[in-house]
Design a protein around this ligand. Structure first.
Ligand code: URA
Ligand code: SF4
Length: 187
């Protein structure tokens, strides 16, 4: 199921980002994951390797996961947009619209208990999707929003994007504290 979605993503030409990508980045991790992390879009290193969060932001993410007692192998990590926007510009509304059905299908296939959204783009998309009122990440980070619909029973945890700690190291202790909310047994 997940691998079929990944094959579709690698062959996708639904928005113009396919023209400039080296590799699409479908996501990686455990198909039975209780915890799913969603970033914005692949960067340069991710585009080269076809894997999410393998650059500098990925190193910070690894350290945050370790501090929360989570491993990459037990979670699933992906992005709202699966191909790298040129020069790492923000994804355009049309690109998010074209690409997000893949994310929706990944969420339906994995059925996570917790979704951690990394940064404003993922937070806005996921909160809107589940009928929550989207607010800037500075106002909602580190809170747990319960979602109970006919098909989904989960908690959305908005988080600062790990790359924010590259430019502002004071974000690191906040991120470490917020990441503790991802552990399903703590909820
Ligand atoms: N930033 C993201 O949002 N996603 C990645 O995969 C890498 C960096
Ligand atoms: Fe397809 Fe998404 Fe890549 Fe656009 S960003 S080409 S919609 S996989």
């Amino acid at each position: 199921m997940l691998s079929e979605i990944a094959d579709e993503i690698r062959a996708c030409r639904k928005c113009s980002l396919w023209k400039t990508r080296n590799s699409a980045v479908p996501g990686s991790g455990n198909m039975n994951a209780a915890v799913m992390l969603i970033g914005e879009a692949p960067g340069r290193n991710e585009d080269m390797q076809g894997k999410p969060f393998v650059g500098r932001a990925g190193e910070i993410l690894n350290s945050l996961l370790a501090s929360a007692g989570l491993s990459r192998e037990e979670i699933f990590i992906t992005n709202v947009v699966k191909c790298r926007p040129p020069q790492n510009r923000n994804p355009l509304p049309g690109e998010i619209k074209a690409c997000s059905p893949y994310l929706d299908r990944q969420i339906d296939a994995i059925r996570p208990k917790v979704i951690g959204t990394l940064g404003n783009f993922a937070t806005t998309y996921v909160m809107q999707k589940f009928g929550l009122e989207p607010r800037p990440i500075g106002q909602v980070h580190g809170q747990a929003f319960a979602v109970n619909t006919l098909v989904h029973h989960l908690v959305v945890v908005p988080l600062y994007h790990p790359a924010a700690a590259i430019y502002d190291p004071t974000k690191m202790p906040i991120l470490e504290k917020d990441f503790m909310l991802l552990k399903p047994k703590r909820l």
